[in-house]
Ligand binder design. Structure first.
Ligand code: C2O
Length: 515
């Protein structure tokens, strides 16, 4: 494979992606950050230079959905796989492009991803049999967008009484418009939408990525239906739909047939579910222009109606088309270890998983601590779940909370064996070929106060310390998080590069002066 080198200069800056001035975290001066691209099996080498100034100025980048097999220290989770990159310091991430498909990278430090520090990741690989398209139109980032600084956002969530802050806008590929009469911030009207070029009769690949801090996104294209061919790096049996729902962290590759005439134009829409969030959540728009159409004129098409099912993704019972093309290599009945995790919330301040809340200690890296034999169980808030060398883990999650939670596991994807409310009856949905992805929306409590549950399972073939958390950034930042220790004996045998420990030396020096 080839070496794919990138240089990221990360800094804070004022930009107006939708016309409204906002303080964002930028990469090489831009928002959203650059798309990184490789062929399957290539090696990414990404040098991150932290030029963020002011307090709370650490950073660390995570490559969502990659396995990081034998490089768990490149996973980018501060306090777990490394220390934050201190201001003025650099760190180089070197890792394999180990899964083909569509994903993204984002900061894993505080709520920085809500501050704009994210971008797409595309890894080209074999195209499944029967799939053909004419044009790859690249990433379509669906991002809720906040005018306030991510640090203020977290302050709001931490304050008593709670100051719940919802997103101000919803952007597609970092663009959108805003009604300037609704803000007293510096605002320029008609900032413009993202535009996609379509050709009549041709097939277009769009790579949808929900990069939102919080919003569940419903994506539609006026007048067009499409085929979904991949979810979260997993090629699936194709199915046709006119709406795709994605929770934060999830992706979908779709093929859109150009049914429009030359000269025509259409609106692309992504709605944040009003049932799940504040009723006034903004909707995102973008534009499709067919050949010979006037791109200075706005389309005048109508939205495709759809039904949102609660505020979760579609229930498993109705998701037959989501099944992977390749059935599991290991039958889903192999589980060695069965565990149950309950999620709950106290006040609005903290999230608990089995009564423990995660508190990051930024001054060390848990993976390194395990590697050099430091005792980690004496520190309860590290929230380490040692799954030993069991060959597979089955986890029953229960959600005692009123909203759904997109649960994401690092270093793996997982089968989703069953879901529902109350008690699991032990039945697996489609046991021969269960759904598999790396982020799954856990159902909320129902009207009768029965917890939502989901049963997931994965094979322990990837030694490391892996984050397992809700992908809503305020929840993650407030402790909705555990560390999964997989194969500790193998972790102790790793030879972790010195550059990882250096992040801790540098962060300690910075923190002793500044925090
Ligand atoms: Cu998208 Cu913990 O990550």
């Amino acid at each position: 494979g080839k070496l794919r080198k990138y240089n990221f200069d990360i800094s804070r800056g004022l930009l107006a992606p939708d016309g409204v001035n906002a303080s964002l975290i930028l990469v090489n001066g831009a928002f959203p950050g650059p798309t990184i691209e490789a062929n399957w099996g290539d090696t990414f080498q990404i040098t991150v230079n932290n030029k963020i100034e002011g307090p709370e100025a650490g950073t660390s980048l995570h490559w969502h959905g990659l396995l990081q097999h034998e490089t768990p220290w490149m996973d980018g989770v501060p306090s777990v796989t490394q220390c934050p990159i201190a201001p003025g310091q650099s760190f180089t991430y070197t890792f394999k492009a180990d899964r083909p498909g569509t994903s993204w990278w984002h900061s894993h430090y505080a709520a920085q991803t809500a501050g704009g520090l994210h971008g797409a990741m595309i890894i080209h690989g074999p195209i499944p049999a029967g799939v053909t398209y004419d044009y790859d139109l690249g990433p379509v980032l669906l991002s809720d967008h906040y005018f306030i600084d991510y640090r203020e956002l977290l302050q709001g969530y931490l304050s008593v009484p709670l100051d719940l802050i919802f997103s101000d806008n919803n952007l597609i590929n970092g663009k959108g418009q805003f009604d300037c009469s609704k803000t007293n911030r510096t605002c320029t009207p008609n900032a413009g939408y993202s535009k996609f070029r379509f050709r009549s009769g041709k097939t277009h690949l769009l790579r949808l990525i929900n990069t939102s801090a919080e919003g569940l996104q419903h994506f539609t294209i006026d007048g067009h239906s499409f085929q979904v061919i991949e979810f979260d790096f997993v090629p699936i049996k194709r199915f046709t739909t006119s709406k795709v729902t994605l929770s934060p962290g999830q992706r979908a590759n779709i093929l859109v047939k150009g049914i429009g005439k030359p000269n025509s134009s259409y609106w692309v829409r992504s709605d944040i579910d009003a049932v799940c969030a504040a009723p006034s959540q903004p909707h995102a728009l973008a534009q499709i222009y067919y050949e010979n159409s006037d791109i200075t004129k706005a389309p005048n098409t109508n939205a495709t109606p759809y039904t949102a099912i609660g505020c979760g993704t579609d229930p498993l019972a109705s998701t037959v088309p989501l099944y992977p093309i390749a059935p599991p290599a290991n039958p889903s009945t192999r589980k060695d270890l069965d565990i149950t995790l309950g999620f709950n919330q106290t006040g609005f301040l903290q999230w608990y998983m089995n009564n423990v809340t995660f508190r990051a200690d930024m001054n060390l890296a848990l993976l390194s601590a395990v590697n050099n034999g430091t005792e980690y169980f004496g520190v309860p808030e590290w929230n380490v779940w040692d799954f030993g060398s069991n060959s597979s883990i089955r986890m029953l999650m229960r959600n005692y909370h009123i909203s759904p939670h997109p649960m994401h596991l690092h270093g793996h994807d997982f089968w989703i064996l069953a879901e529902g409310h109350g008690d699991w009856d032990g039945k697996i949905v489609n046991p021969g070929n269960p759904i598999r992805r790396d982020t799954h929306q856990l159902l909320p409590m129902d009207a009768e106060n029965r917890p939502g549950y989901a049963v997931i399972e994965w094979v322990q073939d990837n030694p490391g310390v892996w984050a397992f958390h809700c992908h809503i950034f305020s929840h993650l930042s407030l402790g909705f998080y555990i560390n999964v220790l997989e194969r500790p004996d193998d972790v102790q045998n790793f030879d972790i590069p010195d550059s990882v420990q250096n992040t801790c030396v540098q962060w300690n020096a910075y923190a002793s002066k500044n925090v």
